[in-house]
Structure formats: C-alpha cells, structure tokens
Design a protein around this ligand. Structure first.
Ligand SMILES: *[C@@H]1O[C@H](CO)[C@@H](O)[C@H](O)[C@H]1NC(C)=O
Ligand SMILES: *[C@@H]1O[C@H](CO)[C@@H](O)[C@H](O)[C@H]1NC(C)=O
Ligand SMILES: *[C@@H]1O[C@H](CO)[C@@H](O)[C@H](O)[C@H]1NC(C)=O
Ligand SMILES: *[C@@H]1O[C@H](CO)[C@@H](O)[C@H](O)[C@H]1NC(C)=O
Ligand SMILES: *[C@@H]1O[C@H](CO)[C@@H](O)[C@H](O)[C@H]1NC(C)=O
Length: 902
C-alpha cells in the first residue's frame, strides 16, 4: 500500500494500473447506547451530523461528516476520528462503497492476466472492464488463484462434434474422451456446411477448456482439463444413440456436458427412453470407477414458448445436474424455463443490450456471441472440473451436495426465492443460485463423502380422482421415510420424485405442485399455453430439489389445478370429459445419516480410552550398560533409544502406536505439562493447546474449526460464523449478517431489519424503496415498481399498482404485440405476447387485430397470404367436421371453411 501511496504522488498512471482499493465514504455507522439525544451530543462533539437511526436498528445511528472528502481511497484521518476512542461509542465503522468492487479488487491484488486476445471481454470471469458494473460473483478467478485449473480432469461434450484441431483447443484435446456416434468412428470433427450448423459443440468445448495464455482466442474455465467431444446430434437421435453416448469411456471421462433435450416447443413431454435410463443408472453406479459419472444438463431454452423443464425427462433425472441461466444484471433471460429440478445457474446472454459469452467457434474462429442455457452447462462442467481437481474422490452425489451448499442467490432476481426447512435458499428459476467456483473448491478440499443413497418408494395411491376445472385437487400421503427398512430409510432428503398418471383432455391446462412435510412448495408443472395434447401423463416422473436437506417423514401433499384455457373453450363446443388423476407415487431419495454431520465420526475417535499404564512397562530386567538416549535422565536406561529411558529430561509422551518415550517437545495434539514432565493430550479435535481446560485450545486439527464462544473444535461453524480455513477458526460474520460464507462480509442471510444486496446486508427499506449504497439511504424505486433492487425500471421486483409486467419490465399499458392477461384475476397484472405473426391482439389465442406484412387477418388469426387457398370444398368440409381446424396446417389449407365454423 505504501508503494501505491508514493507512486500516487509520482505518477498517477502507475497507481491507476494498480488494483483499486476500498473506497471510503463520508458516512459512518455508529452504535451508541443512551438514546438519540446522546447520539446527537456525540455527533456534534466530534463534528458529525446525526442523520438518525439506521432502519429499525435500535442504538445504531447514521453519522455524516461533511468535511471529509466524499470518496477517498484511504480511511480518513482528522480530529473526528477520535470518536472511536470515546467510551460512549460501542462501535463505529466508516462506510465503504460497492463491496462487489472491493472484493474483486482484493482478488485483483494479484490479478491474473492472460495474453489471449478475448480475455478482456470475459466479463463473467473478471472485472477488467471498468465501464460496466463488475460481474465476477462466480469467483472463477479466485478458484484459479487457489491453484485449481482442472488438471487431470476429463470433460466430454455430448453434441454435434468439436473442432479438435482448433488452435485454442488442440493442446487440451483428448482423443480418448471422444467418439463419433453419427459416423461410428473415433473422430468427432463436426460436419462443415455453409451455414455452420454444427458449431454448437465447438463453442461449448471452448468454454470448458480453451487453452490459456496462447495468444489465441479465449481462456477456458478449466484450462488445464482435457476435453473431448462425442458427436451424436448430427443424425437421427434414437434411444440407442443416446444410451451409447452416455456410456462412452465411463471410467475415463469424469464429466459429460449436454446442452440439448426434447423440443423446447412448449408442447412436448419427452425424456430418456429405456436404454438411456439404464445408461444413466449404470453410469452413476459404475462410472469413474464407482464414484459415478457426472452429467451436466442445460435446463432448456423454451421460455418464450412457455415451456417448463419438468416436461424434459433429462433435466428431470436425478442423475443430471440441471443448470439454468441469468443475465449479467441478474434478470431472467427470455429463454429461461423454470422448474423444480434446476440445481444451480450461471451467467449467460439476455436481451440484446446484455453481454454474451466469449468462446471458440468453428473454422478456427472465436465468437463473443454464445447464448442461451447452452452456455450454462459447459460453465458448470468447467467449475466442477476445478472441484474435482481439488478432490478427485467426490462422488456424483457429493458434487450435487457441493452445488446445493455453495451456490448463492447473489443479486439474481426472482419472485419466488424461498428458504427451505434445511435453510437453503431456492427458486424455480435458478435452483440454489449462482455457482461459486471458489466456494466449490474450498468445500471440496475438506469434503467427506456423503453417506450412501437410500431410495424410499412409498406405496402408490391409485384411487382415481376427478380433476374439475378451477377446483384444487389435493391428495396427501403420510410418509415414514421407510423407517422400517434400514436399507431404504430416508431421514435427510436429496431428490424427491413424483410419478403421476393423469388422463386429461388438454395437458397444457394442468398445474401440479408438491408440498413437503416442512411446508416447502415445489411447482412440478406450470400451464403450457401451446400444449394441446390429449395424452395426459403416463407414469411421468417429475423431480424437485427444493426439499434438499429437509426431513422426509410426515404429510406430503400433491396439488393439481386445472384452469381451462380459452383455446380449449373456443375449440371444444361439446363438454369435454373431465381430467382424472389415476395414480401417483412418491419416491424419496436421501440418506439415513446426516450428510454433513462429521461429529459422529469425531465421537468414535474421541472415545478411544487411554491404555492402562501397567501394560506399558515391559518387564525387561536384563542388564543394559550401553549409552542412553540424550533425552534420558541420569537414572539411566535399559536400552539405547528414547523408549528405553527410566526417566525423561524433558517430557514423557505416551501414545497408542509408539508406547512411552522421551521427547524434547510435545507433538501436535499434546501440551507440555512442565510440573510432571509429561505430554498431555489436548481436547478432542484440538491440535495446539496449553491445557485440557476449555479456553486453552489455540488451534484445531485439519477439517475442524475453533469456536471462540465454546472454545471447542467443531466440524462446522454455527450460524453467524464462517469457517476460516486458513486459521481453522469460526470467524464472526459482519454484524448485519445472520450467515456468511468464506469471509465476514460475504453475507448469505441477514439479521432482522436488513436484506441482502449482492453479498452485503443493507438496512431494509420501506416498500417502494431500495437501499442505495452510495447515498447510504433508502431511495424510491422507479415509478413503475412497487418493490425493486435498484433505481432503474429494469430493477423492478414487483410492479406498482396500475402497472403490468411485460417481459421483466413494468409498463403502464401493454406494448404493441402484447395483451393484458386476465386469466390470473379480474385485473390483469401481466402482458402476454400475442400469437406469432400477429402485430396486435386483444387476448390469448386467435384474437389478432393486425398482422405482420405478408400475412392476412382471417378470423383473428394471421395466415400467410398464399397458403390460404381453400383447396377443395369437400376436403375442407371433411376437415371441418373432424374438427381438424385446430391444426395450423389444415387451417391454412381450408381457412375460410375453418373460420366460418369458428
Ligand atoms: C501469460 O503470459 C505472459 C507472457 O506472455 C506472462 O507475462 C503472464 O504472466 C502469463 N499469465 C499467466 C496467468 O500465466
Ligand atoms: C483442421 O482439420 C481440418 C479437417 O481435418 C483441415 O481441413 C484443417 O486444415 C485443419 N486445420 C488446421 C489449422 O490444422
Ligand atoms: C397422517 O397422519 C396424521 C397424524 O398421524 C393424521 O392425522 C392424518 O389423518 C394422516 N393423513 C393421511 C392422509 O393419512
Ligand atoms: C392494440 O389493440 C388494443 C386492443 O385491441 C388497442 O387498445 C390498442 O390501441 C392497439 N394498439 C396498437 C398499437 O395498435
Ligand atoms: C396479403 O393480403 C392482404 C389482403 O388479403 C393484402 O392487403 C396484402 O397486400 C397482401 N400482401 C402480400 C405481400 O401479398
């Protein structure tokens, strides 16, 4: 720092290129007891203005000092600082702005720079670009700085092939992790065509393992990992093709990344066939020599078509890590599909003004335009590669536990963040939140494999129940978590799966939720506007991770609601047969022992009783008159080594393995009792102590943390503390945090009266306000919001009265091309997009009033000009009488006939 101060005077530019440090404001937070009068008195004594109590925090005041430079790089000095020493002041803190910048600045202290030309554009990894707000909360660079870059980890991309001789991939390319299923050979090179249709796999591969510092293109997240490609999407994809792809080199490939699935068209329900299902199970059991293959899956891009990833059997599988995306500003991207099986999220693209992802591209190129949830699966695959380098013994379930415990909501905006009964924050949009690479590798280092997976399948409930429009059907099941069967017993939950068979006239009208015994709601299925299928669900399995860590026993409730869409009413004049729940089954996955409770292990090792003294003395009376060990006292010895002393010069040490011997210093785990010249054991788990008593332990054994309050060594720190791996201590979180992680200022939960903004706890503001860190004050939201996270109109969390939500903005009236949605209540709160090709409409379905050019308005629908040809009157009558007019193709053939019929 001194160097920086000096150079500030010498040349400004030198210092500028130094990482920025904390920026102090002229605002202070002060804790004073004795009431507001006393606070006023203290403020004026030292030249401050008391701006009043901070939020609802009694005895905490906001002081302002006008003579201090508004923003300074250094903690200020001057007479006013003597307030710190005033006995009436319990605590005082000068406020520092923009903790996000600060934290990154801290890691910037030895910021890695790479000579790859696109490095500066990799906003989601580092904060090199000063013109945008810093977005490096995934802490990837911090994980690199801890030495993890994916060495010895093998990742393979299941896709349309990879350009293995791309200059930025060739060095990390691994032919043993590659295969071409489409061409049935070992070369995954994509098929080149003029449209570069098969560029996807190469783009995904670069995100994971682009070679670093080779003056070419970009830097991969796991840039020392090996990367392969399994080419399988460029051809007919069958169950067989999928099963083959999932089973390539299971002992060699650690992580498979897949960014594909059934059509995200909002009307398909599809998943792995019987072979692919078996392949998943086999890979989890046998892959990676029994630790289980790791599959990372993109949750899907069907957001705009109202798709829901619970209809995608791949993301729904317990064997896949389903990942979602958020934009750089933490908003929901337009393509996002929400569902309860999403585990975590990464940054990706969003609206046109949001930045996209930089990676390798086909034909030796680079791109700054990689988009969609396709981005997120390889990113998470890369981050898991870092964690596997930190701990190669992690099983497929350990990796999922790590993602659950280390991902964070950060600044991700969603209406539905909730805390489940195990204390995990979770959302249907983002799962457990943004992945945190540094937290992953740190946790991985000391991770102990979780207990074995148990599966408890509750008896199916097959009493049929009718599903009536606009009535909620609730069916419940008491679960004991199979407590009678020791090998199935589930106490602590991981995944929960519901298998349903439902007959229904229009599948898209169904909504299904599950309520856990602890009261956690998972939405298993949302309405899908485009899903007209009459097939219902047949033994369809829907998975939720929202109950992770909760208890399994108690009452589980399935809630089914049907809200008939207008489409159905318009097209179905005759009364439809009602829907019916025919059968449902609850399948609980989890463990019977607590997954992280290392205390039980500790107790067993502590229970070792000291060996009875008598056995130690070997009755060896044979004469010995050779020299004694220097640690032996003058009484002599009956042998040459330190075990043969009759008395010790310094200390005698007794241990299980070595018996009794004389030592000059006591080893770790013992303290020196000078009075009796013996090494005595520290308390269980303690490595350095000065005595047995509580309060005398100074350092804990590896994997344990010293908790100051109880002075014991514990495997995990209590709420309000974080585990400091360097000092092996539980350190207190920042005063405003209820919980934090890795650092006292990385809050994950706040105390009463505070709420999370990024990683910092700021005073909660009245509704309609947000906390502005620079002003240290609550400021009003944009007019269009009723609650918000910032000043802009895009920062709304909820819209103000008389405003409608339209694609994550709040608008006074729906824009052209959107209509007010009345289905949620009598007053609309959202604007929905009109049907395709329709410029303006009055409601859902075929209510169009204006069409795009080249289309004509016929009966509320936009029909392409030259296809509406009323082919053959007889054919069209037949189409009409068979009610085929609902099908777009027939409608365009016979539009007049069809629309006259309504
Ligand atoms: C990249 O290479 C440059 C030399 O071209 C070197 O100065 C720099 O330290 C390297 N960066 C890393 C992260 O290894
Ligand atoms: C990469 O491989 C392709 C096809 O095998 C070949 O046409 C191209 O010249 C190679 N490019 C480089 C840079 O080696
Ligand atoms: C579940 O168990 C509770 C308490 O034992 C009982 O009151 C309730 O009726 C049971 N519900 C069902 C659906 O079996
Ligand atoms: C779109 O239609 C609505 C209702 O039919 C009407 O109120 C509105 O003015 C129209 N907007 C435009 C831009 O044509
Ligand atoms: C399509 O038809 C409409 C009316 O039927 C007409 O106004 C419009 O000009 C036509 N557009 C094209 C591109 O032929």
């Amino acid at each position: 720092m001194f160097l920086c101060v000096m150079s500030l005077f010498v040349t400004f530019t030198v210092c500028k290129s130094f990482p920025s440090r904390d920026v102090y404001t002229n605002h202070w937070a002060v804790r004073v007891s004795g009431g507001p009068r006393e606070a006023d008195r203290l403020a004026s004594k030292y030249g401050y203005t008391n701006l009043g109590q901070i939020g609802s925090l009694v005895d905490h005041y906001h002081f302002h000092h006008s003579k201090v430079v508004r923003r300074s790089a250094f903690s200020t000095t001057g007479n006013h600082i003597f307030i710190r020493m005033d006995p009436k002041v319990d605590w005082i803190q000068q406020q520092v702005i923009k903790r996000r910048v600060k934290r990154s600045a801290r890691s910037d202290l030895d910021m890695l720079t790479f000579n790859d030309p696109r490095w500066s554009s990799m906003w989601y990894i580092h904060c090199g670009d000063k013109s945008h707000r810093c977005r490096s909360e995934m802490n990837i660079m911090a994980a690199w700085q801890r030495g993890y870059t994916g060495k010895n980890v093998v990742v393979s991309i299941l896709d349309d092939g990879i350009e293995k001789n791309h200059t930025d991939l060739a060095q990390n390319y691994d032919p043993l992790a590659s295969f071409d299923i489409n061409g049935n050979d070992h070369d995954p090179t994509p098929r080149y065509d003029p449209t570069n249709e098969n560029k996807h796999g190469t783009r995904c591969a670069g995100e994971v393992a682009a070679v670093s510092n080779n003056s070419h293109c970009t830097v991969g997240i796991a840039h020392h990992a090996r990367i392969g490609g399994i080419r399988m999407l460029d051809g007919d994809v069958t169950d067989l093709v999928e099963a083959k792809s999932l089973g390539i080199q299971p002992d060699y490939i650690d992580i498979y990344s897949a960014s594909w699935g059934p059509d995200d068209d909002g009307m398909t329900v599809d998943g792995p066939g019987p072979l692919a299902k078996q392949a998943f199970e086999l890979a989890a059991k046998k892959g990676r020599k029994g630790k289980g293959s790791i599959f990372v899956w993109a949750s899907g891009n069907g957001g705009r078509r109202g798709d829901h990833c619970s209809c995608d059997g791949y993301t729904n599988s317990i064997y896949t890590i389903s990942v979602s995306s958020t934009t750089e500003s933490g908003t929901m991207p337009w393509y996002l599909e929400s569902c309860a099986s999403t585990l975590a999220s990464t940054y990706s693209s969003g609206e046109t003004y949001h930045r996209k992802i930089v990676t390798t591209d086909l034909r030796q190129r680079c791109t700054e335009g990689h988009t969609g949830t396709s981005v997120s699966a390889p990113m998470v695959a890369g981050i898991i590669a870092l964690a596997l380098e930190a701990n190669p013994l992690l099983t497929w379930r350990d990796v999922q536990h790590l993602l659950v415990t280390t991902s964070r909501p950060a600044h991700l905006k969603a209406h539905d963040w909730k805390t489940n009964a195990a204390g995990h924050k979770v959302s249907h949009l983002y799962g457990f939140g943004l992945v945190d690479a540094e937290a992953m590798v740190l946790e991985a280092q000391t991770w102990r494999t979780v207990p074995p997976q148990h599966t408890c399948t509750e008896a199916s409930d097959n009493r049929p129940r009718y599903i009536r429009p606009d009535q909620l059907l609730r069916v419940s099941m008491n679960s004991t978590g199979c407590s009678e069967q020791p090998d199935q017993k589930v106490v602590y939950l991981e995944h929960v799966v519901v298998r349903v068979t439902i007959a229904h006239p229009r599948r898209g009208d169904l909504q299904i939720s599950l309520v856990s015994p602890s009261g956690t709601h998972s939405q298993l299925l949302a309405k899908r506007q485009f899903d007209n299928s009459k097939e219902g669900f047949r033994n369809w399995e829907i998975m939720t991770v929202h109950c992770w860590g909760e208890h399994a026993t108690g009452l589980w409730t399935l809630e089914i609601k049907e809200s008939p869409s207008r489409l159905r009413i318009v097209h179905k004049p005759c009364p439809p047969h009602p829907g019916k729940l025919k059968e449902w089954t609850l399948i609980l996955y989890g463990t019977s022992d607590h997954p992280y409770n290392r205390l039980s292990h500790l107790h067993t090792s502590v229970a070792e009783t000291p060996r009875p003294e008598q056995q130690l003395e070997e009755p060896e009376e044979d004469e010995y008159d050779g020299p004694c060990h220097p640690e032996c006292e003058k009484q002599g010895c009956n042998g040459p080594s330190a075990e043969h002393c009759l008395n010790c010069v310094h200390f005698s040490l007794e241990s299980h393995q070595a018996g009794r011997m004389c030592v000059s210093h006591c080893p770790l785990g013992y303290f020196e009792d000078k009075a009796v010249r013996r090494c005595k054991r520290c308390r269980p788990g303690c490595e350095r102590c000065v005595g047995w008593a509580a309060g005398e332990c100074h350092a804990c054994r590896k994997g344990l943390y010293l908790h100051d309050d109880s002075n014991t060594c514990i495997p995990g720190c209590p709420l309000g503390y974080y585990a400091d791996d360097v000092h092996r201590q539980c350190q207190k979180c920042h005063t405003n945090c209820r919980a934090c992680r890795l650092d006292s200022e990385r809050c994950t939960d706040c105390n009463e009266g505070y709420s999370l903004s990024g990683m910092m706890c700021v005073p909660k503001c009245a509704s309609g306000m947000f906390f502005n860190l620079e002003e240290m004050a609550c400021l009003p939201c944009h007019d269009s919001c009723s609650s918000c996270t910032g000043p802009g109109r895009e920062d709304c969390v909820q819209c103000a009265a008389n405003f409608l939500q339209e694609e994550w903005m709040c608008v006074p009236t729906c824009s052209q091309g959107y209509y007010p949605d009345h289905t949620t209540g009598s007053l609309p709160t959202t604007c929905q997009k009109c049907e395709e090709q329709c410029l303006n409409c009055s409601g859902p379905g075929i209510t169009c009033t204006n069409c795009r050019e080249g289309y004509s308005l016929v009966g509320g629908a936009c029909i392409i000009n030259n296809s509406c040809n009323n082919a053959d009157e007889i054919f069209c009558e037949m189409v009409k009488s068979n009610r085929l007019c609902e099908k777009k193709l027939f409608r365009e053939f016979c539009c007049k006939t069809c629309f006259i019929a309504g």
